[in-house]
Structures are given as structure tokens and as C-alpha cells.
Design a binder for this molecule. Structure first.
Ligand code: ATR
Length: 280
């Protein structure tokens, strides 16, 4: 790709950032839309995060994504934040405004719900959802589920105190249960979400007997390496609709692209295949 003197700039700030699939993803959209833009990996060590983020307007960047471990620090460096970012206490999408002000948003909850809507047509939203895990991803997913008007959200985590703290902090009426109780909840739910690292390549699988789970309940995993986790394979074998985690990554990127490059990007099977080439 040859750039002109007026190429529109964006990128992803993380540490490390070499594993990020975002440059590949945005690069595909830039090319597909014929846009004179560049989206770069921006490795920024924690001690440099303030200088780097405050430097975006000075460098003429349209904005940036922020990933691990900088999402919370970025939140504290914004001039303005969206309501969603405020609820999350974390920013993953920065836009530089016309006057150079930094606007922070968080699109993880949006990405989760859009992926679910795209992947699960039979999803019965009247039944409770069960979320496993209580880290940053679980926080985004609980916010997304609440925004999607899911009446009951159960949250379980190995370390219960973290789930209690998350539920209290979000104040969305989330019902925390013990990790041991997750099997008993399966019979009544319409959606099962794994946000733990269990099932990821190199980690043990999630030890969960799906027997009581209704076969129309949607099963989703935010892990996407591998694309089909043991949980998704088991769920699919017994006939449950399954949604993998790659789509969440693709959908959470849409608002940033639109803001920086001024075009509405599309999540297509070709994009999925391109970004997940080593996973599919
Ligand atoms: P993130 O913020 O990206 O979600 P994280 O904070 O590392 O990541 O969270 C990982 C999740 O996986 C946590 O909920 C963790 O449970 P704890 O809070 O008890 O640590 C969960 N997890 C990791 N290994 C686990 C295991 N062997 N059994 C059960 N849960 C596990």
C-alpha cells in the first residue's frame, strides 16, 4: 500500500501489540473501501502511555484503539468519555476531535452483542444468561447484555469475591452465584457465555457438563484461539447454536473505523476468513 501526504492515521496502542489482529482487520477495510488511510501497531510501554496518548493529536492521528494493559489508564487521560466507557471505567476506542480533544468510547459491549445478534438467530432473550468469569471481558459482556434487555444475568467466578465486586460496581441487578452452582443454573438459561481463559490454547478446558442445558440455548466463548474451543465443540455436537469469539473482535472495531476513516465497514465471511486465516 502506497500512502500519500494526507493519509489518515490510526492504530492500536498496546503492550505487547505484535499479536493484535486489528492492523490486519482495519487494513482489509481500508483496502476494501479504497481509503487513503493507515492503521498501525503502536507498541507503548506502560511508563509511556500518557505521553503516547497525549501525543496523538500532535501527530495528527484521527484516533486509536487501546488494548491490554492500557484500557483503564486511557480512560483517565480522556477529555470526554461516552456513557458506556464511564460504566466500564475503560476505553478501547479514542477519537481525536476537531479541536484536538480526546474522546474515549468503549465498544466491547457493542461488539459482543452485535456478534451474538449476527450469529444466533434463535436466541431466546426472555431466559436468563449465565456469564462465567469476572475480568474485564465479563464486565463488557454484562453491560452489553443489560443494554440488550436480558432480564436476568447470572455471574459466576472461581474467585467469588471478584464477581461480587463486579456486580456491585456495575449496579445492574446482576445475580452472583457460586462457581459450584453453575451446573445447577444451566437448565433455566437461554445463553451461556464463557469469558474465562479456560479452553484457550495452552489452558485446560472448561470442566462443565452441558447435560441440563436446553438444546436451544446459545453457547458463546470469547476465546478465539482456538476458534472452536472444547466448550463450543461439545455444545455444537449436542445441537446448541454456538457463536465463536472472533466475531466480537470484528464487530467491536466498527465504530472506530467509522469515526476515523468516515466509512461504514462491513463484517463479511471474507473478512472473517482473512482475519482468522490461521484459525479457520
Ligand atoms: P480478562 O480481564 O481479559 O477477562 P482476567 O482478568 O485474567 O482476564 O480473567 C480471567 C478469568 O478466567 C477470571 O475470571 C479467572 O477467574 P479468577 O478470577 O478466579 O482468577 C478465570 N479463570 C482463569 N483460570 C481459571 C481456572 N483454572 N478455573 C476457573 N476460572 C479460571
Amino acid at each position: 500500500m502506497i500512502h500519500s501526504g494526507s493519509t489518515q492515521l490510526a492504530g492500536v496502542i498496546g503492550w505487547p501489540v505484535a499479536h493484535s489482529r486489528s492492523p490486519r482487520l482495519h487494513g482489509y477495510w481500508l483496502e476494501a473501501n479504497g481509503i487513503d488511510g493507515a492503521y498501525l501497531p503502536l507498541p507503548v510501554a506502560p511508563e509511556n502511555i500518557e505521553k503516547a496518548i497525549r501525543g496523538l493529536p500532535a501527530l495528527g492521528f484521527a484516533g486509536a484503539n487501546v488494548t491490554v494493559p492500557h484500557k483503564e489508564a486511557a480512560f483517565g487521560l480522556m477529555d470526554r468519555v461516552s456513557e458506556t466507557a464511564k460504566r466500564m471505567g475503560a476505553v478501547n476506542t479514542i477519537s481525536v476531535e476537531a479541536d484536538g480533544a480526546l474522546y474515549g468510547d468503549n465498544t466491547d459491549a457493542f461488539g459482543f452483542i452485535e456478534n451474538l445478534k449476527a450469529g444466533a438467530r434463535m436466541w431466546d432473550r426472555g431466559r436468563p444468561a449465565l456469564v462465567l468469569g469476572a475480568g474485564g471481558a465479563a464486565r463488557a459482556i454484562c453491560v452489553g447484555l443489560k443494554d440488550a434487555d436480558i432480564p436476568t444475568i447470572y455471574l459466576v467466578n472461581r474467585t467469588r469475591a471478584r464477581a461480587d465486586a463486579l456486580a456491585e460496581d456495575l449496579d445492574l441487578g446482576i445475580q452472583v452465584r457460586d462457581w459450584d452452582q453453575k451446573d445447577d443454573l444451566l437448565g433455566e438459561i437461554g445463553l451461556l457465555v464463557n469469558t474465562t481463559s479456560l479452553g484457550m490454547t495452552g489452558k485446560p478446558p472448561l470442566d462443565l457438563d452441558l447435560e441440563p442445558l436446553p438444546t436451544d440455548a446459545v453457547v458463546t466463548d470469547i476465546v478465539y484461539v482456538p476458534l472452536k474451543t472444547p466448550l463450543l465443540i461439545t455444545a455444537e455436537q449436542r445441537g446448541n447454536p454456538v457463536v465463536d469469539g472472533l466475531g466480537m473482535l470484528l464487530h467491536q472495531a466498527r465504530p472506530g473505523f467509522r469515526s476515523w476513516f468516515g466509512a461504514e465497514p462491513e463484517v463479511t465471511p471474507e473478512l472473517r476468513a482473512f482475519v482468522g486465516a490461521d484459525l479457520l
